[in-house]
Unconditional design. Structure first.
Length: 369
């Protein structure tokens, strides 16, 4: 099945996409994870505080239900952006492979209140499971508890601090991913100078964990570097990232480093860099996709982007939800069909894969999504 999934997803990469992601929390680094592929997420709740996965009663139902009788709703941060367009490819592929009635939905805005309403609608529709990528983990806790109280399995992604979920699944360890940004930026900047950071939301868990890990490593390893205007909030909007970067460049001519978190941050920053004619004197890195940031990699306004394939994350979330629904064993070391989600590390109720990719102008041609 893995071979089939890889082939079909590769074929789907020609579809045009757009988007971003973020939102996870405390975790424990996977001891054997390697930066080149992907990591686990760093900042999971202490074992004493973590809630045990809910008893959804799915074990008995599993014996009586065929895959086609299950409905799984994947609720993303917002629709109409490349990142989540790409995630839908994985959700659709999961439905085709398994026969499960799996679909993706979301609001057309990044407002957490709008995402709450989408989840309320899924609960009212009587779905069996909800897979969710939260805009704000905290804002969703009440509605996710409502879902679990209704016997709905809840799987989150980019939300390692979520309390009211059965499990969270992460592409990698957030602390390692964030630290790797500073390793790259620190080297590019020669270990000195001023840099700034951007987040899609001040409540997006993963974005904040990435930045915290990055600035933490900077203080430890690059004492001659200095963060200027930390965690500029862009609400996943490229135009806001552009406007903020333009403002910062005008206010501080010594600013040379930029780290983006939302998929739309780096291309927004790059527009401001190009307008200022500073492609050769600044360094821009962040999470994005080639379909969105490729032109800026080519122009030199962006130096490097990193990402994990949202299609594979969408597939993995749904596969984990189905396992829980069917009462199958889920445990440390288990493997899913999606590439990068094998030999998963389980910490409390968070699964960590090894799925990140670094892309520069030199290898961007390998990724057409």
């Amino acid at each position: 099945m893995k071979k089939k999934l890889s082939i079909l997803l590769a074929a789907a990469m020609t579809v045009s996409l757009i988007g971003c992601s973020g939102g996870g929390s405390a975790s424990e680094p996977a001891a054997d994870s390697e930066p080149a592929a992907a990591e686990a997420e760093d900042s999971t709740p202490d074992a004493e505080e973590a809630e045990a996965p809910a008893d959804t009663g799915s074990d008995s139902a599993a014996e009586a239900k065929d895959n086609s009788e299950y409905t799984i709703a994947t609720v993303v941060k917002l629709t109409g952006v490349a990142w989540f367009d790409r995630m839908q490819v994985g959700v659709d592929q999961f439905a085709a492979d398994t026969g499960v009635d799996a679909y993706q939905t979301g609001a057309n805005t990044g407002d957490p209140a709008a995402q709450v309403q989408v989840i309320e609608d899924a609960i009212a529709a009587g779905v069996d499971a909800i897979c969710v990528v939260p805009n704000s983990t905290e804002s969703l806790e009440t509605v996710l508890q409502k879902a679990r109280d209704a016997g709905i399995v809840v799987i989150s992604h980019e939300a390692s601090d979520a309390k009211n979920v059965d499990y969270d699944i992460e592409a990698f360890d957030n602390s390692e991913y964030g630290a790797h940004f500073m390793e790259q930026l620190g080297e590019m900047m020669g270990g000195e100078g001023q840099y700034t950071t951007f987040v899609g939301s001040l409540t997006a868990t993963s974005h904040n964990e990435w930045v915290d890990a990055s600035t933490g490593l900077q203080e430890e390893k690059y004492p001659n570097m200095e963060v200027y205007s930390n965690k500029n909030e862009t609400t996943e909007d490229s135009d806001k990232a552009y406007a903020k970067a333009k403002e910062l460049l005008a206010a501080n001519p010594d600013l040379i480093g930029f780290q983006g978190s939302a998929m739309t941050d780096a291309p927004g920053i790059a527009r401001a860099i190009e307008e200022a004619g500073k492609e050769d004197s600044t360094y821009v890195i962040g999470t994005s996709l080639v379909s969105v940031s490729g032109q800026y990699l080519e122009s030199g306004a962006i130096d490097e982007i990193s990402f994990w394939d949202p299609a594979l994350a969408g597939y993995a979330m749904n596969e984990l939800a189905l396992k829980v629904l069917k009462g199958e064993e889920v445990a440390d070391g288990m493997s899913l069909e999606a590439e990068g989600y094998q030999n998963l590390k389980l910490v409390d109720k968070v699964f960590y894969g090894k799925a990140w990719i670094d892309v520069t102008v030199d290898n961007m041609g390998d990724y057409d999504f």
